[in-house]
Design a protein around this ligand. Structure first.
Ligand code: ZN
Ligand code: FE
Length: 255
């Protein structure tokens, strides 16, 4: 299987997974670059997966469906271009001979879902939309801090080897914040140097892995003493997990 992040807009990635013949695409906000990639690699589009309703994730869905006939799968409780198969936690999507488990991950939007394949060439793969980013997490447009923390905990519980396909190249900006929140984290400094080298070469910092994110992502590390202390400097009343997460997310919004 080949995994390709197709750059779109200023910082989106439209993820293409293919076996040399057939492809699936996740969150095609724009049809043009997907059609180009399909033509370039001689691929047939077999499935269109959508994590949430934002236009930078759905803008190309109708055109791709029309051009290829590929079926569309999306979140049951959100409005995305019809026709599509509505999905919720516990459902499974079969695409390219793989089984993708659907996870409910509300927070960025109320009905946001993620797609998890336990075995893609022996390694798990996650398409998490705008829920988890490398070094960060999505903004809380529709959900509560409690929902987002539960969603991130769910993703953090996946195997460490899981490749994490996020839909935005936000990594360097996220890591600047992460270092401000957790300046003593040596793994974080090393990861920032690694990601800076990738970006200087024009390469994506993604996919990440769950193991990597557990070492460096402040929003997966909200129970670490250093991050609890950082949150309490912002909000002295932040004593439980949710309040710590909310304080850190609020700080990042203003960073
Ligand atoms: Zn979004
Ligand atoms: Fe987005």
């Amino acid at each position: 299987m080949y995994l390709i992040p197709i750059p779109a807009f200023t910082d989106n990635y439209l993820w293409l997974l293919h076996d040399g013949r057939r492809a699936l695409v996740v969150d095609p906000g724009d049809a043009g670059p997907v059609l180009e990639a399909l033509a370039q690699h001689g691929l047939t589009l077999a499935s269109i997966l959508v994590t949430h309703h934002h236009p930078d994730h759905t803008g190309g869905v109708a055109a791709l469906h029309e051009a290829t006939g590929a079926p569309v799968y999306g979140p049951a409780t959100e409005s995305i271009p019809e026709p599509f198969t509505p999905l919720k936690e516990g459902d499974t999507v079969q695409a390219l001979g793989l089984d993708f488990q659907v996870l409910d991950v509300p927070g960025h939007t109320a009905g946001h879902i993620a797609f998890y394949a336990p075995d893609v060439d022996g390694q798990p793969l996650l398409f998490c939309g705008d829920t988890l980013f490398s070094g960060g997490c999505g903004r809380l447009f529709e959900g509560t801090p409690a929902q987002m923390l539960a969603s991130l905990d769910k993703l953090a519980a996946l195997p460490g080897s899981t490749r994490v396909c996020c839909t935005h190249e936000y990594t360097l900006a996220n890591l600047r914040f992460a270092l401000a929140a957790e300046p003593g984290n040596a793994e974080l400094a090393a990861y920032q140097a690694h990601c800076l080298r990738l970006r200087e070469q024009g390469l994506p910092t993604l996919p990440s892995t769950i193991a990597q994110e557990q070492l460096i992502n402040p929003f997966l590390r909200t129970r670490q003493a250093s991050l609890v202390a950082a949150a309490q400097r912002l909000d002295a009343s932040a004593h439980d997990d949710i309040a710590v997460f909310a304080a850190l997310r609020q700080w990042k919004n203003q960073f």
